[in-house]
Design a protein around this ligand. Structure first.
Ligand SMILES: [Zn+2]
Length: 293
């Protein structure tokens, strides 16, 4: 069993200047890939649930598979809820055995965001569960994922609001959150052109508060910018689009190479799984978390 708390994992990342890789994982195959690659790279890892993947009975399947994956490796694993729109979903996940939850009320006015976040913190901390909130707003990109997008994955949310340094101290004090997602130039989904992170703003945010910062929309962000972001206080980076993109591309190539569509499911998933694992490995190394377990 190697499940560790959100706070403990982020404190170590902050102290040793690396970022914890958080992979949004939709099923057992993704969970297994994430923990096995983390183990191979000797890296801590967070497995995160997207609300869409844990609707209704799916929560039970999801959390049991995630706990099984976590127990099968020796590296530290933290099980996290990504982008919950409501305190109710946070409560379901706290009760189900998650180590941390993210309440995302970042599209709401400051007061409402702070009040909802504080409500979740009260509930979560009573059970030793960590909380992440978002201040400012990381929008969805062109193909938008995992949040702020419509059923077919196209975006309807394009308004980025940079995090205001003056509001950070007040927000952290009023809510008691353990980590803060900040908006410094990334967007969710797949980039049409490379993003340009606002590192001077991140430095201002760092000077305002020593709370661990989280970077959403990490997929597709160039390596040198990520290194700069980690150096200036980003302790966790979220990845999803690059994983599904690697998997889907490999599956498309495999299917296009075949005359007929009947074959063992395990066989058709082999190459997509390998491609997704390599995407995870690349991120772990980029985030400097390899060797930090
Ligand atoms: Zn996000």
């Amino acid at each position: 069993m190697s499940v560790v708390s959100f706070q403990e994992m982020l404190a170590d990342a902050t102290k040793r200047h690396y970022a914890v890789p958080m992979f949004d994982v939709s099923n057992g195959t993704m969970m297994r890939a994430a923990v096995e690659v983390a183990q191979e790279e000797n890296s801590p890892v967070m497995l995160a649930a997207i609300p869409k993947d844990i609707e209704g009975d799916s929560l039970g399947y999801w959390i049991n598979a995630a706990l099984y994956a976590a127990r099968n490796v020796k590296v530290p694993v933290c099980i996290h809820l990504d982008h919950s729109a409501t305190p109710e979903l946070c409560k379901s996940c706290i009760d189900a055995g998650f180590q941390s939850v993210m309440l995302d009320a970042s599209a709401k006015p400051f007061e409402e965001n702070a009040a909802l976040s504080a409500q979740v913190v009260k509930m979560a901390h009573a059970k030793g569960v960590g909380v992440e909130a978002e201040l400012g707003h990381v929008a969805a990109g062109i193909t938008g994922a995992p949040d702020g997008c419509s059923e077919d994955g196209t975006s309807h949310d394009t308004d980025t609001v940079f995090t205001d340094p003056a509001s950070v101290v007040r927000f952290v004090e009023e809510t008691g959150v353990d980590a803060l997602a900040v908006s410094i130039g990334t967007t969710h989904g797949v980039y049409v052109s490379a993003p340009k992170l606002n590192i001077p703003l991140l430095k201002e945010l760092r000077n305002a508060s020593d709370i661990p910062f989280v970077l959403h929309g990490g997929s597709g962000t160039p390596y040198d910018q990520l290194a700069d972001a980690i150096e200036n206080g980003i302790a966790k980076i979220n990845i999803y689009s690059e994983l599904t993109s690697a998997w889907n591309t490999a599956m498309k190539n495999f299917l296009n190479s075949r005359e007929q569509m009947t074959c063992w499911f395990a066989l058709s998933c082999q190459e997509p799984d390998r491609a997704m694992r390599e995407a995870m490995r690349e991120k772990i190394r980029m985030f400097k978390s390899a060797g930090k377990a």
